[in-house]
Design a protein around this ligand. Structure first.
Ligand code: GUN
Ligand code: FE
Length: 458
């Protein structure tokens, strides 16, 4: 789609490294017709118009008072098909949660109309939360998985779309018939995405063995082969829950560890996203680091279905690459802003056992939600920050300006109330701790406006 050259004028904030939150109060970012950042100025007055290239006719988009531009969030692990169950998990833990809530819901996606209603809703909702990229699990169904890819493409969300493979320890009404059918159906979804987005510019297929307990050795090995033959990314779950880990030990008696099961199958590579990683042993972390596989930390889910507290500081200190995932609907929220907050609070619980250095700061958690996530999904240097050459995957944030005490509450800006005396760091902290989707006024992917709220001008 041909876009306008656009100048985004106002404060911009992004994470340069884990600890370096770059705040530019008077910025200007020029985005070209292809949705790429071609100009970044830290002083809007001086740099207002780039000297060459027809910028005098560019469209201009400005922030509101106290507002700022921030990179779009990257949700590195979300089950699109489980969205209707967000918030519904009772007192279950992983294995009974799967049987009670999850498999019955996922099996209903053989009904394409139902799939359409739910998938349209989850893509619209995650965009409204500022999620510009999502790594989705769909279900076993080829038509519904292809539909999810179509919906992401038409709504403009960058997505990795995975057809779920599972050929054992699953209910009769919901599982793959054989290794051959799992591979054939995965290939059918890859072919569909190749057809709608040949270069995988926006939508990329992702090979998705559900997790070791629900895949036979043969299926894991076949998907490992497909992963190597196609060069496509892969995603799965690892070491989420203690009973699950015991089950893996009994199902794979010759394997040294859960991570080793994936390694044996050729599924532990730089293009692998491992969700949860709550109970990894030091040897498993070492193996994952050696293979350069990536970690999706899912704190809301790990608390909700009481899986445990992942040691994010340890993983970061050891050099593992970590991003955040909502894991809907093990996780109750589809909001990456809420997930960021959950990551901070879970780290405080780890700190209560292990010492203050386990605590994640606001800046660090935001890094995981943006630039860390970009590394996890293999898009480092393309998304997750504001630098020349990167793509404009961004959100405009608005905060509430507090006037007199008698003034009506600003419903548009929700709970984030700025009194005007805060530093930028404090405004960002208020957004992370008290904000929600009302604060995300507009969202762009590759320069295309994909969501906006009342009051947005542009
Ligand atoms: N392990 C296997 N399947 C699932 C799932 O759907 N969600 C979570 N959180 N863990 C899993
Ligand atoms: Fe999950």
């Amino acid at each position: 789609m041909a876009l306008h050259k656009t100048l985004y004028i106002g404060p911009f904030i992004h994470c340069k490294t884990l600890n370096d939150l770059d705040i530019c109060p008077n910025g200007l970012i020029g985005v070209d017709e292809d949705g790429k950042i071609s100009h970044v100025s830290r002083d809007a007055k001086e740099g207002l118009l780039p000297a060459q290239g027809g910028w005098e006719h560019a469209k201009i988009v400005r922030t509101e008072q106290h507002g700022f531009f921030f990179p779009g969030f990257i949700d590195t692990h979300i089950h699109a098909s489980q969205y209707p169950n967000a918030g519904v998990f009772g007192n279950s833990t992983l294995l009974d949660w799967l049987n009670t809530y999850t498999f019955p819901l996922e099996s209903s996606f053989k009904d394409l109309e139902r799939a359409s209603r739910i998938y349209n809703r989850v893509v619209a909702r995650t965009l409204s939360h500022g999620t510009t990229t999502a790594a989705y699990y769909a279900t076993v169904h080829v038509p519904a998985t292809n539909l999810l890819a179509d919906i992401c493409k038409s709504r403009g969300q960058r997505a990795f779309v995975g057809r779920v493979c599972m050929d054992r320890l699953s209910p009769d009404y919901y599982q793959d018939e054989s290794t051959e059918s799992a591979v054939r159906d995965t290939q059918a979804c890859i072919d569909h995405i190749k057809h709608i987005d040949p270069e995988f510019n926006l939508i990329t297929p992702i090979i998705t063995p559900r997790f070791a307990p629900s895949c036979t050795d043969e299926t894991l090995a076949a998907l490992g082969k497909l992963h190597h033959a196609t060069g496509l990314p892969c995603q799965t779950h690892i070491s989420e829950n203690l009973q699950e880990i015991s089950l893996v030990k009994s199902l794979f008696p010759t394997s040294d560890s859960y991570a080793h099961v994936y390694d044996t199958a050729g599924l532990l590579t730089p293009k692998t996203i491992l969700a949860h990683a709550v109970h990894l042993t030091p040897a498993e972390r070492h193996l994952i680091k050696t293979r350069d596989a990536k970690i999706s930390h899912c704190p809301a889910s790990n608390t909700a279905i009481t899986s445990g507290r992942a040691k994010v500081r340890t993983m970061l200190d050891e050099g593992l690459t970590v991003g955040l995932g909502t894991d809907v609907s093990g996780g109750y929220t589809s909001s990456m802003l809420t997930e960021t907050r959950e990551a901070i609070f879970v780290s405080r619980h780890v700190a209560m056992d292990e010492g203050d250095e386990a605590k994640l700061s606001v800046e660090e958690a935001l890094y995981l939600a943006t630039r860390g996530g970009a590394k996890v999904v293999g898009l480092e240097g393309r998304i997750g920050g504001f630098e020349v050459g990167m793509e404009w995957d961004a959100q405009m944030v608005r905060l509430g300006a507090v006037g007199g005490a008698e003034e009506a509450l600003d419903e548009r800006a929700g709970l984030v109330e700025v009194f005007g005396e805060e530093t930028w760091e404090e405004k960002v902290a208020k957004w992370v701790y008290t904000g929600d989707d009302r604060n995300t006024v507009a969202v762009w992917v590759k320069g295309r406006l994909v969501h906006s709220r009342e009051g947005f001008k542009g």
